[in-house]
Write a protein that binds this ligand. Sequence first.
Ligand SMILES: [Zn+2]
Length: 140
Amino acid sequence: MSVQPTKTVAPYKTKKGETYMNPKQLDHFRSILNNIKLGLGEDIDRTVHSMQDDATVFADPNDRASQESDMTLELRNRDRESKLIKKINEMLAKINSGDYGYCENCGIEIGLNRLEARPTATLCIDCKTLDEIREKQVAK
Ligand SMILES: [Zn+2]
């Protein structure tokens, strides 16, 4: 079974003098986010099916053990995916409320390029950098 790559949305082309986060831009990011969500949804369905299929196959204890660690890994992936889906839903809510594209910390525009690369970004690059420095200091 081949894995289909998630259909990508072509990068947004800004027109001169266009307002930041106008309805067209919001539509653009809404479809990017929905696309990611759809791709994740398919992955989760696939995991559930493959887990059901595998469950009856192995009788050998060694196979069972490796099957179990596969499942642990799958479940961990699914956990990460469900967190990402939650995040995407939050971003979609932000689009609807008009908060999308602005830094949660200082309120400035996050910028189209940054959002194009990271549609779930909630901080501007400056705040993100400071955040990472702070995280590193905590980890030490
Ligand atoms: Zn900021």
